[in-house]
Design a protein around this ligand. Structure first.
Ligand code: ZN
Length: 161
């Protein structure tokens, strides 16, 4: 088997395998070698001499310009989960925002000690008041299991800034 680079009369370049070097001449005279692009059977062997290098194999001039170091290219910010909201969702988000601000206005921020404070209040060791703060999922689950009424406050995207 021998592979030839071929070109049709309209300049389509393609490659084809032949059993031996004579087969191309024999087959092309019979019109059996056709261009896969335009089906022309006027096909000849492409000139393969290295000095007739095809354009796409020539070293591009731009490669002489040093490429920008990767570190200097801007880092794409990490992707945040997003949802396209419909009207009802927008209304819900507004309601959540209002609820959050009401909680924050009327409650004491106890921060990380929320589970401890919530438990103290529940046991009567601390005066009953509205508090808000932070708890891990496991801590929140424990508090709920102890019968302490708490509510997770949904986080809004702009709160993460
Ligand atoms: Zn062609």
């Amino acid at each position: 088997m021998i592979k030839y680079a071929l070109v049709c009369e309209t300049g389509h370049e393609f490659e084809s395998w032949f059993p031996n070097s004579d087969a191309f001449d024999t087959q092309s005279k019979r019109g059996l070698v056709t261009c896969p692009v335009c089906n022309s059977f006027k096909v000849s062997k492409a000139i393969m001499a290295p000095q007739v290098a095809r354009k796409d194999r020539e070293p591009a001039i731009v490669s002489a310009v040093p490429a920008l170091p990767v570190a200097q290219t801007p880092v794409v910010p990490s992707v945040q989960p997003m949802a396209l909201l419909d009207e009802r969702d927008v209304a819900l988000r507004e309601a959540v925002r209002e609820l959050r601000s009401r909680i924050i206005e009327n409650s004491v921020d106890v921060g990380e000690s929320f589970p401890e404070e919530a438990r103290k209040m529940h046991e009567g060791d601390a005066p009953a008041r509205s508090i808000y703060g932070k708890a891990s999922l496991a801590e929140a689950r424990e508090l709920i299991e102890e019968g302490i009424p708490l509510m997770p406050v949904p986080e809004l995207p702009e709160d993460r800034n």
